[in-house]
Design a protein around this ligand. Structure first.
Ligand SMILES: N[C@@H](CCC(=O)N[C@@H](CS)C(=O)NCC(=O)O)C(=O)O
Length: 203
């Protein structure tokens, strides 16, 4: 499988992490966002939205990190995406948090402060904090976000939570989130990326 990727991207890291946990090999094709490679004709032919990650798996070309996680689970590891309605609905709810509070809150605060992207820092941080509170509430009573076991919902939310301190969003107040990070980091095959805060840093 080939992944159009950037090392610094938490959305790409979701896919690298999921593949590492499943023992799947990835051929990485770096896309230089700073040089605008994602807006060139060659890349737009792969992903018309001009974003990374995009996964190529045989004839399938999949963009959107949550869609890629869904593809990987359905084709390689169904236990990561339950079929039973109640559990599947829980996964969908937390995938929505990954795409909203984690991306438009935590990730945007980081992108503004670290990469100079033109997002409103305070607004992004406020949304990020709201997301961390919701996650902390859920994880205070549950080891995993959905279905009582690790699912793609955990992998979708984890990267921008663990990168939140780079957006000046300290994780120390969120004790249940810190414990959950530790559980993810203990999964066999876990890999990190640069800039992550680890559960051990929050002990
Ligand atoms: N919802 C998308 C977001 C993807 C995204 O925002 N990717 C960023 C890198 S982390 C990107 O490609 N930014 C370049 C751009 O939007 O021009 C996903 O989950 O895959």
């Amino acid at each position: 499988m080939k992944l159009y990727d950037a090392e610094i991207s938490g959305n790409c890291y979701k896919v690298r992490l999921m593949c590492a946990l499943l023992g799947l090999e990835l051929e990485l094709t770096p896309i230089n966002l700073g040089a605008g490679e994602n807006r060139g004709d060659d890349y737009l032919a792969v992903n018309p939205r001009g974003q990374i990650p995009t996964l190529v798996d045989g004839d399938a070309v999949i963009w959107e990190s949550q869609a890629i996680l869904t593809h990987l689970a359905r084709t390689r590891a169904p236990e990561w995406l339950p079929e039973e309605t109640g559990a599947l609905v829980e996964v969908m709810q937390w995938l929505a948090v990954a795409e909203n509070e984690c991306l438009y809150g935590m990730a945007r605060a980081r992108a503004a402060l670290k990469l100079g992207r033109p997002w409103d820092v305070e607004q992004s941080q406020a949304l990020g904090r709201a997301g961390l509170e919701v996650l902390d509430g859920r994880l205070a009573a549950n080891d995993w976000l959905a279905a009582g076991r690790p699912t793609i919902a955990d992998i979708a939310c984890y990267p921008y939570v663990a990168l939140a301190p780079e957006g000046d969003l300290p994780l120390a107040p969120y004790r249940a989130v810190a414990a959950w990070m530790g559980r993810i980091e203990a999964l066999p095959g876990y890999v990190a990326m640069s800039g992550l805060t680890r559960a051990a840093d929050l002990a």
